[in-house]
Write a protein that binds this ligand. Structure first.
Ligand SMILES: O=C(CO)[C@@H](O)[C@H](O)COP(=O)(O)O
Ligand SMILES: [Fe+2]
Length: 222
């Protein structure tokens, strides 16, 4: 059986009833909850911040996999810890001191992650790999759900798979953007251990979530 983690992105959920949506994807088999925080500055879109995440926290015990698309990051780290984030993932371009930011996330009691835009090389992770528990490969340019998968990012996944294997540590290798029943198995073959999917999970409403999540796990019939 596949051990790949499925992390539905609530960017594609109904924002008018996010608590219900989170309970629905939890019951439908989600392993983590992917939460996209956007500031309208680092990326050309706005979502929400720690006060909303804090209100969502009682709706599930599943880990909150928080993807920050904000700059700066450091002043907000304590607020995300207090709100209940489990994994806090940052983009290297969001600040000048990536190593310090990752240390601060760990010191605040969360698991640090690094996200790589499609134009950002895998090599950028190497100097901080001992400080991360998750590496997120963006297979679309960040900011919006429902975009087409960028094929070239599979090569980056393969490079990162080898880099992670050399550490001997259990670092999650996650991919985000344009994942569906066709692209997810290819990303898993390339070496990812976690799949983020927004539109592919939330498409069709609550009664479809279980089948939509199962369709992302190879070898599992829907
Ligand atoms: O971080 C982002 C977008 O910036 C993602 O997490 C999207 O929410 C993924 O949406 P789909 O491509 O799966 O619809
Ligand atoms: Fe994301």
């Amino acid at each position: 059986m596949s051990t790949v983690l499925i992390s539905p992105s609530i960017l594609s959920a109904d924002f008018a009833c996010l608590g219900d949506e989170i309970r629905a994807i939890d019951a439908a088999g989600a392993d983590m909850i992917h939460i996209d925080v956007m500031d309208g500055h680092f990326v050309p879109n706005l979502t929400f911040g720690p006060p909303v995440i804090e209100k969502l926290r009682p709706h599930t015990k599943k880990p909150f996999d928080v993807h920050l698309m904000i700059a700066p990051v450091d002043p907000f780290i304590p607020a995300f810890a207090k709100a209940g984030a489990d994994i806090l993932t940052v983009h290297p371009e969001a600040g000048p001191h990536l190593h310090r930011t990752l240390q601060a996330i760990r010191a605040a009691g969360m698991r640090p992650g690094v996200a790589l835009n499609p134009g950002t090389p895998a090599a950028l992770v190497e100097p901080v790999i001992d400080n991360v528990d998750l590496i997120l490969v963006m297979s679309v340019n960040p900011g919006f759900g429902g975009q087409a998968f960028i094929e070239s990012q599979l090569r980056k996944v393969e490079i990162l798979r080898r880099m992670i294997d050399q550490t001997g540590r259990d670092i999650i290798l996650e991919i985000d953007g344009g994942l569906n029943s066709e692209t997810a198995p290819r990303a898993i073959s390339a070496g990812v251990t976690a799949i983020v999917a927004g539109s592919a999970v939330f498409n069709g409403g609550g009664s479809a979530y279980g089948a939509n999540i199962r369709a992302l796990r190879p070898g599992v019939h829907v």
